[in-house]
Design a protein around this ligand. Structure first.
Ligand SMILES: [Zn+2]
Length: 255
């Protein structure tokens, strides 16, 4: 389950979040979103709604990933019982202490803020002040991740909402010529995460955070044998993950 900002506008009045979630949980999907309109650091959900939605998801045995922006909203998501925090854009490094204290997993989407540079903003016809904000938000976000690594916060790797236009020409899956997830791992390494922890961020930590750690995320007896074979050592250079020589699914070679 994901509570996510979408579009612009005013925070709507409190609504029947648990009922909404219950209807959605009746459907077959593993993951469902609760979209709310609003600018990036403005509250996009009421505390009691979020608390109720998270309690309902937990009652269904589903972990809750909250796309939280800004210290105040990150803290609110943590207090309401979120399991993972996505993004944490426009937060101060102090947010890392909150994540550590409450044992949350942090999914930063560093590759998204990597695209927030002056050229990218101006190229989209947006004003100069917005370019300045974007540059400041990017460096603050990467500092927060470095601080989280220093403290030992659990992290997982994900990619979301990369701009499809501008000098980067990124898509959801690709960051230029690099696979988006691989670029995310490269950024994690460059910001201080250890080589093994970086691989774990994209495998076991991600599986545990999404509630499938018992059947996926690592090669162990009883788990799904889903893996790729690469020529070079990704512990030496994570870019080795770009060129999979073999793909195995459920113990059978698929490619
Ligand atoms: Zn998001």
């Amino acid at each position: 389950m994901v509570a996510h900002r979408s579009g612009g506008g005013q925070l709507p009045p409190p609504g029947p979040a648990p009922g909404l979630l219950r209807r959605r949980s009746d459907q077959a999907d593993d993951h469902r979103g609760i979209p709310y309109p609003g600018p990036i650091t403005a509250p996009t959900t009421h505390r009691d709604e979020l608390e109720a939605a998270i309690a309902e998801a937990h009652a269904w045995g589903r972990p809750v990933a909250v796309h939280a922006m800004g210290d105040e909203l990150l803290r609110m998501a943590v207090e309401c019982g979120a399991d993972t925090i996505e993004h944490a854009f426009a937060c101060t490094p102090a947010a890392a202490d909150v994540l550590l204290r409450d044992g949350l997993t942090f999914c930063p989407n560093l590759v998204v803020t990597e695209t927030w540079d002056r050229d990218a903003v101006c190229c989209r016809g947006l004003p100069e002040w917005m370019a300045e904000n974007a540059v400041a938000a990017r460096s603050g976000h990467h500092e927060l991740f470095a601080r989280a690594v220093e403290l030992g916060v659990a992290v997982c790797a994900g990619v979301d909402n990369l701009p499809r236009t501008g000098p980067h020409d990124y898509g959801i899956e690709h960051a230029g010529q690099v696979i988006g997830l691989v670029r995310e791992l490269q950024l994690m390494r460059s910001l201080g995460l250890g080589a093994e922890e970086t691989l774990r961020a994209a495998t076991l930590n991600a599986a545990v955070a999404t509630g499938v750690g018992a059947r996926s995320g690592s090669l162990e007896p009883g788990k799904a044998a889903d893996f790729i074979v690469v020529d070079e050592d990704p512990l030496h250079d994570v870019a080795a993950l770009q060129s999979a020589q073999q793909v195995w699914l459920a113990g059978r070679r698929a490619h």
